[in-house]
Design a protein around this ligand. Structure first.
Ligand code: PLP
Length: 232
């Protein structure tokens, strides 16, 4: 087994342990392997170990890689949506983690209808209020959900929330960020009767065990799997 296989095995074991410690089955947490900055060859090697879900944050880089990677994998778009990329996203990805505006939702919905496909969508929330981060302010989430529910977008399946915690933050603060996302999702589900709004995409290379402890259903891991990436 090569380094990639060893890292993959170790991470899967750690995910399973963290899930069990939080009273859940290992299969309740989905790993998205973030392949940005790495070639399609790395995707193929990890897929050979059994990994199914991969994540990219740029439409063009991702699309080129998807074309070169083995078929049948599940692709997650992690980056913010530029409206002129909506068609590329619909045609290549099954999940979107970073919805933050209704215009983008409308554009994605139009392309999904035209292509006869659907996209599972998570809303990104900027829980920490970091101005360098994308996502809705927590206080803006209810109005967003209200507007969305008044006019659901065909082809989009609103499935939950995503956040990014402070980089290298202390455990207590990072866990608080994740706990807050969980509360926001629960409140959204309750207040707007959103069935299936239960995915929590949170946790990256440095903090995924904490995210799982706070209820993550999806962790997005790049460096800890594939190693350091080139710029970007
Ligand atoms: C790059 C990226 C990741 C993976 O980050 P690592 O620190 O490499 O694990 C996760 N989520 C998003 C949105 C990203 O852009």
């Amino acid at each position: 087994m090569d380094t990639l296989g060893e890292r993959y095995t170790a991470i899967m074991a750690r995910i399973a342990d963290a899930a069990r410690e939080s009273g859940r089955l290992p299969g309740a947490v989905r790993l998205v392997a973030v392949s940005k900055g790495h070639a399609a060859d790395a995707v193929a090697r990890l897929a050979a170990y059994g990994q199914q879900a991969f994540g990219e944050n740029r439409a063009q880089e991702g699309t080129a890689k998807i074309a070169a990677a083995p078929s049948g994998l599940e692709w997650h778009f992690l980056g913010p949506v530029q409206r002129n990329k909506a068609r590329l996203i619909i045609e290549n990805f099954q999940w979107l983690h970073a919805l933050e505006d209704l215009d983008a939702a409308s554009a994605l919905s139009r392309h999904a209808a035209a292509a006869g496909t659907s996209l599972r969508v998570l809303i990104e929330v900027n829980v920490t209020g970091d101005p360098r981060k994308h996502g809705l302010a927590p206080a803006a989430l209810p109005a967003f959900l209200e507007a969305y529910c008044a006019r659901p977008r065909p082809g989009l399946v609103l499935s939950g929330l995503m956040t990014i915690a402070a980089h290298h933050g202390p455990e207590a603060a990072v866990r608080q960020t994740f706990a807050r996302l969980r509360e926001l999702a629960g409140k959204g589900r309750q207040d707007f009767g959103l069935a299936g709004f239960d995915e929590l995409s949170m946790g990256m290379s440095d903090d995924y065990p904490w995210a799982i402890a706070e209820g993550a259903t999806i962790v997005r891991i790049g460096r800890a799997l594939f190693g350091a990436r080139d710029a970007g």
